[in-house]
Every structure is written in structure tokens, then in C-alpha cells.
Design a protein around this ligand. Structure first.
Ligand SMILES: NC(=O)c1ccc[n+]([C@@H]2O[C@H](COP(=O)([O-])OP(=O)(O)OC[C@H]3O[C@@H](n4cnc5c(N)ncnc54)[C@H](OP(=O)(O)O)[C@@H]3O)[C@@H](O)[C@H]2O)c1
Length: 235
């Protein structure tokens, strides 16, 4: 990674996405940031703009992937790192899979699996041409462990992980790398929705986790799945 590398981050208005954007902005990386809520995204842009060039595109990543990729390519001519971080949990409290409304399942899969792949499809031609690029897909231990009640979100993360493995196999030798990263438990809005009423004050802050994730961008392996415990070791 060098500071000229252009990074696109979905879900960048708060939590892990915002912490990662902040860190990369301090290093001078040009950024494209996305989240649905305009006001919070604008606030993130105000924080980052004094540090680097930032393009912000508000909207649901599952609906505006083409607009996001198009704006990034128009402004910077390339994207070197795609950070698929935005995620949908589904209803809170989370229903058991056997009673999970199917419309919600569709939405979870659209946001957590299809949108990241769609963005990758849109950006891969340029990455392959330059023989340089990293696709980071943020996952969760719920994608591996069968936690009751986490079926919609957890199975979507499992699908994202396997799609990432296949993508990496297809991209072998192209110079484009795929990273699947489980950031571990963090004190964020998503975790508050997943565990209503729980005390999250002991959990890691996204600002503590982001540096270890950014360090992984220099990993040379064509594919890696990095667990939270390994990230902690880097921290
Ligand atoms: N927090 C944890 O303990 C934990 C554990 C394991 C994995 N993760 C993973 O870490 C990643 C970040 O989670 P977080 O905890 O940092 O979440 P967060 O603090 O709730 O932030 C989520 C971000 O994504 C945006 N977002 C949500 N849905 C979106 C959509 N459809 N289109 C565009 N933007 C969207 C949100 O803004 P808007 O709401 O305005 O769109 C916000 O900027 C996720 O992939 C999550 O699965 C988190």
C-alpha cells in the first residue's frame, strides 16, 4: 500500500468503517465513502476532508453500487482497495431462522452478499488491468459459529466468506488479493442492535481495531481469512 492508493469504504459514517476511513485519511489516501444517512455521512466527510480528498455518496449500497463505483472511477480513475464493510443485521431483537421474515432475509443477503460482489464486479476490470488491488470483505464469527437467532446475518456472512474464496480462486495470478476479516466484538450501533440492553462498554472500540485491519492491506497472500484473535495479536 502506498498513500496514493484509492480506497472505497462502504458503511463509512460510523463504527469500523469510519475508524478505518479516519486512519487512511491521516495517511493521505484518497477516499470514497458511503452510508445511507446523509447527515452522518456529511459529518464524516467534514472530519476527513481536511486530511485528504474525499468523495461521499449517500445511499443504500444494495441499490446504488453502480453509482458509487461510477463516481469513484470518474473522480480518481481507479479504486485500489474495496472495503466491503456496510452490513445489514435484520430485525432487532433477531428472530430465529425458522420465523425470520423472508423479505428481511432477502434484504440481508442483498446488502451483505450481493452488493459486495456487485461492487467487486464493477471495480475488478480496472484492478486486473493494473494487476493491483485488494478486496476486503468484513465478516463475523457468526459466519462460522451457529449462534441461535443469528441465522439471517450469520448465514449471509458465511455466504460472503465462501464467495470470497471462490473469487480469490478465480483471481489467482491476476495481482488482485481478497481478504476476509472478522473484526471481533466492538462497541458499535450494530452490536447494540444485536444485543439490546447488553453492557458493551468492555468491548473494543472500532478505533482500536482499524489499525490492525489497515496493516493487513500489505499482506501479500492472494487470499486470507483473518480471525479476530489474529487481529488482536497484531494490535
Ligand atoms: N460490531 C461488532 O461487534 C462486529 C462484530 C463482527 C463483525 N462486524 C462487522 O463489522 C462491520 C462494521 O460494523 P459496525 O459494527 O462498525 O457497524 P455500525 O457501527 O452500525 O456502522 C455501520 C455502517 O454501515 C452503514 N450502513 C448500514 N447499512 C448500509 C447499507 N445498506 N448501505 C450503505 N451503508 C450502510 C451505516 O450507516 P447508515 O445506517 O447511515 O447506512 C454505518 O455507516 C460489519 O460488516 C459488521 O458485520 C461487527
Amino acid at each position: 500500500m502506498n498513500s496514493r492508493d484509492v480506497v472505497l469504504i462502504t458503511g463509512a459514517s460510523k463504527g469500523l468503517g469510519r475508524a478505518t476511513a479516519r486512519l487512511l485519511a491521516r495517511r493521505g489516501h484518497p477516499l470514497i465513502i458511503n452510508a445511507r444517512r446523509d447527515s452522518e455521512l456529511a459529518e464524516a466527510e467534514r472530519e476527513l476532508a481536511p486530511l485528504t480528498t474525499v468523495v461521499s455518496i449517500a445511499g443504500d449500497v444494495s441499490e446504488i453500487a453502480e453509482e458509487i463505483a461510477g463516481a469513484a472511477l470518474q473522480r480518481f480513475g481507479r479504486v485500489d482497495v474495496l472495503f466491503n464493510n456496510a452490513s445489514e443485521l435484520g430485525p432487532s431483537p433477531m428472530p430465529p431462522l425458522q420465523a425470520h421474515p423472508w423479505e428481511s432475509l432477502l434484504r440481508i443477503y442483498r446488502v451483505n452478499v450481493v452488493a459486495p460482489l456487485h461492487l467487486a464486479q464493477l471495480l475488478l476490470p480496472g484492478m486486473k488491468k493494473r494487476r493491483r488491488g485488494v478486496i476486503v470483505n468484513i465478516t463475523s464469527d457468526a459466519g462460522v459459529n451457529a449462534y441461535p437467532g443469528w441465522g439471517g446475518y450469520g448465514s449471509s456472512k458465511a455466504a460472503l466468506e465462501h464467495a470470497s474464496r471462490i473469487l480469490a480462486a478465480e483471481l489467482e495470478g491476476t495481482g488482485v488479493r481478497v481478504l476476509v476479516v472478522d473484526p471481533g466484538d466492538m462497541n458499535t450501533e450494530m452490536h447494540r442492535l444485536a444485543s439490546p440492553g447488553a453492557d458493551l462498554s468492555e468491548l473494543a472500540s472500532p478505533d482500536d481495531v482499524a489499525p490492525a485491519i489497515v496493516e493487513l492491506l500489505d499482506d501479500v497472500r492472494p487470499f486470507a481469512r483473518v480471525e479476530a484473535q489474529k487481529l488482536e495479536a497484531v494490535r
